[in-house]
Design a protein around this ligand. Structure first.
Ligand SMILES: NC(=O)C1=CN([C@@H]2O[C@H](COP(=O)(O)OP(=O)(O)OC[C@H]3O[C@@H](n4cnc5c(N)ncnc54)[C@H](OP(=O)(O)O)[C@@H]3O)[C@@H](O)[C@H]2O)C=CC1
Ligand SMILES: N[C@@H](CC=O)C(=O)O
Ligand code: NA
Length: 432
């Protein structure tokens, strides 16, 4: 029996996917039954790493998603449109879909999964989060017996690569970003990586799987890494931390309400924490549940081969189902997505966390006392105050707070900004 896939996109991940499918020797035997039926691209003239028969390539992507010969559509275009419309058209034509497109799923997952359930087809997305790391299927299946309390991790390879190179080699931000693009890690528009949007898409998807409700993408609080400077990386290092872009989804049961913290931001992570040692393009996702406790998923979070590994494993899962149960419309609830309600998200002001803040102060007597008083007045207690040095004619003071409600911390900062001794507050970062 042969199963035909229609590949939408033949870039970094599309090429990696074709490489695996065209070289099945030594891999799972089911791969020998999968062939590439058609390939959709934007430009027919572009030089390609893999030579495909010219009849396979087309710029008419609609003709692929409606082709009766195709069993599975593999969407590797990126971007919102035409990806969303083509996925919906593929579903309407009764085709199963595999996608790596977290941007589309995080925004239109409810629409896509509702249509997929109606049509009795699967939409699988292992490659969309953590690249090659198996994390979607484990959350759906292997961890299904657990009550998940938190999902926290490094889910963007590009920014982790940038932060690692900045901290280990003192490299320059824009040079490292260009290298990440060259290596095929970054999105077509790398703003999505650098400003945290890609990580926010991914944590929205993970939260929805882990906490059993839909998540509105716009509810994810999101800060990227643009404001992380070499100065803060060096201070963090001296204080025993590394700076990582963390994506966090945490169940916070308070009194009678059960809400979810959902946020992406650069974070000072203690060097002893398991997430601190995920470097370069590697991602790490720490899941906590009852009764299991903690489990960490670690591996390459982006790149052609690793991401293609996840894409092809989804294709194989669908082929396995088609082979064993035929074209039944009854979906396996452990592979499909059936959420109906939305998770309730906690407002940022109500969250409690530690903060790191760097102040530039006029070197007047008692400045540390003024700072301490302003924090104290707003219920913020300090874990450490380090007056590190002089920058020009300004004194540089770094503080780390104890756990504090975000709202109280912001109020304290507003008061501090108006102090005569304060010149500026160049950085504020959260601490794990
Ligand atoms: N790169 C990575 O490491 C990872 C990527 N992903 C996701 O995988 C998906 C693909 O990413 P990647 O392979 O890096 O992207 P690329 O930009 O390398 O490839 C995109 C492919 O899609 C084709 N394409 C894009 N828009 C259109 C259009 N409107 N009509 C026809 N063809 C189009 C391009 O055609 P042409 O070649 O003619 O330009 C190209 O072949 C994205 O959703 C991304 O987020 C997920 C995990 C990791
Ligand atoms: N641009 C993304 C690619 C994988 O999802 C990243 O850098 O992680
Ligand atoms: Na994955």
């Amino acid at each position: 029996m042969t199963f035909k896939i229609g590949l939408l996109g033949f870039g970094v991940v599309g090429t990696g996917t074709a490489k695996i499918l065209l070289d099945p020797f030594g891999r799972h035997p089911v791969l020998k039954e999968i062939t590439i039926g058609r390939v959709g691209v934007r430009s027919l003239d572009k030089p390609r790493e893999i030579e495909l028969s010219p009849q396979l390539l087309t710029t008419d992507l609609e003709s692929i998603v409606t082709d009766p010969e195709i069993d599975i559509i593999v969407e590797l275009l990126g971007g919102l449109e035409p990806a969303r419309s083509l996925i919906l058209q593929a579903i309407a034509s009764g085709k199963h879909v595999v996608t790596a497109n977290k941007a589309v799923i995080a925004r239109f997952g409810d629409e896509i999964y509702a249509k997929a359930s109606e049509k009795g087809v699967y939409v699988l997305l292992e490659a969309a989060v953590g690249g090659g790391i198996p994390v979607i299927k484990p959350l759906k299946q292997s961890l299904g017996a657990n009550r998940i309390s938190s999902i926290m991790g490094i889910v963007n390879g590009t920014t982790n690569y940038i932060l690692t190179e900045m901290s280990q080699k003192g490299a320059d931000f824009s040079e490292v970003l260009a290298k990440a693009q060259e290596l095929g890690y970054a999105e077509a528009d790398p703003t999505a990586d650098v400003d945290g949007f890609d990580a926010a898409d991914k944590i929205a998807i993970l939260a929805s799987l882990g906490f059993g409700g839909r998540v509105k993408r716009e509810d994810v609080y999101c800060e990227g890494i643009r404001q992380v400077s070499a100065v803060d990386i060096a201070y963090a290092d001296r204080l025993g931390f590394v700076i990582k872009l963390l994506a966090i989804a945490k169940d916070t049961v308070k009194e009678d309400s059960d809400t979810l913290e959902l946020r992406v931001h650069p974070t000072l992570v203690p060097k002893t924490h398991p997430l601190a040692n995920a470097n370069g393009v590697y991602n790490a996702i720490l899941v906590e549940g009852e009764p299991l406790g903690q489990v960490m998923f670690y591996g390459p979070g982006a790149g052609s081969g690793p991401t293609a590994s996840a894409v092809v494993s989804d294709v194989m899962n669908i082929v396995g189902i088609l082979k064993s149960s035929g074209k039944t419309k009854e979906l396996d609830p452990l592979l499909s997505c059936i959420h109906q309600h939305y998770c309730q998200i906690a407002p940022m002001e109500s969250l409690s966390t530690r903060f790191y803040a760097r102040f530039l102060c006029r070197d007047v007597p008692g400045v540390i006392g003024h700072l301490g008083m302003a924090f104290g007045d707003h219920g913020v207690s300090l874990e450490s105050v380090v007056q590190i040095g002089i920058r020009g004619d300004l004194a540089e003071i770094v503080v780390v707070t104890h756990d504090v409600r975000e709202g109280n911390f912001r109020n304290a900062l507003a008061a501090i900004e108006s102090l005569e001794a304060i010149d500026s507050i160049p950085s504020i970062l959260r601490v794990l």
